[in-house]
Design a protein around this ligand. Structure first.
Ligand code: ADE
Length: 252
């Protein structure tokens, strides 16, 4: 049976899935806990990426090498930087770029050395399922507590996500980062700290990869303010509802 890895950035986003896991079995490798079991009749491994590109690449590689997973789906939060990408929205990744990769003048800015490419694409079929799951989950959910004063329900976007080892927490740094990326032809919808690393590992091993991020902030001066509250009151409910819908839609 195909084994699907569900990689979460934060433990709050994993808790709901863990509570539903049938015949859970925990194994520890490289200081990380991996939970094997079944969700809706599908074999899964749940893991935490930890924070940043190196940590996420290590977790992804272990999932592949030690647990033999066949595909990886990532769920986490991100800063919204695309036009109209608001807190409480969701971005499903089409592909990833590392905004802090710069080996110029040896290689073009943002190009990953020795790969001859800058962007790493997500798997189109798995991404289509994830997009469908995100739309279904958001449509069926009551607005979580923190969103109840919001004018609109969260919307689902698709597009490029930029990853780097930096929590983008000022409007000035977000502006600079975006201007530099756009000058090189990359227009991300969101910024986060892990996705591009997992995309690169999946590229190396030829594994399908898809990723979804709930927008927790606008990567500006107030990006950090309500972060823990947002994760608890919004992101963990979104992550559970989206992953639940996705797993149900996977072939058994
Ligand atoms: N994850 C959530 N918000 C983020 C931000 N502003 N920068 C980087 N990663 C994030």
């Amino acid at each position: 049976m195909t084994v699907t890895a569900i990689l979460s950035a934060l433990s709050e986003e994993q808790q709901g899935l863990l509570a539903q896991l049938v015949q859970p079995e925990k194994l520890t490798r490289g200081g990380r806990d991996f939970w094997q079991g079944e969700l809706h009749g599908r074999r899964v491994v749940l893991a935490l990426s930890k924070i940043g590109k190196v940590a996420a690449a290590t977790t992804a590689t272990t999932l592949i090498e030690a647990f033999g997973v066949h595909r990886i789906v990532f769920t986490g939060v991100a800063g919204g930087v695309g036009p109209g990408v608001q807190v409480g929205d969701v971005v499903v990744a089409s592909d990833f770029v590392q905004h802090d990769m710069n080996a110029s003048p040896l290689f073009a800015r943002y190009e990953v050395p020795l790969y001859g490419q800058t962007r790493f694409a997500c798997d189109p079929a798995l991404t289509a399922l994830l997009m469908q799951a995100a739309k279904q989950a958001l449509a069926s959910m009551a607005p979580p507590f923190a969103m109840q004063g919001a004018q609109t329900k969260g919307r689902v976007h698709g597009g490029l996500i930029a990853s780097g080892d930096q929590f983008v927490a000022s409007a000035a740094s977000a502006r600079q980062l975006l201007a530099d990326l756009r000058a090189a032809g990359h227009a991300p919808q969101a910024v986060e700290m892990e996705g591009a690393a997992v995309a690169q590992v999946c590229f190396d091993y030829g594994l399908p990869f898809a990723a979804v991020r709930t927008i927790s902030d606008r990567a500006d001066d107030s990006a950090h303010v309500d972060f823990p509250q947002f994760v608890n009151e919004v992101a963990r409910h979104y992550a559970l509802a989206i992953m639940d819908a996705l797993v149900r839609s996977l072939p058994p």
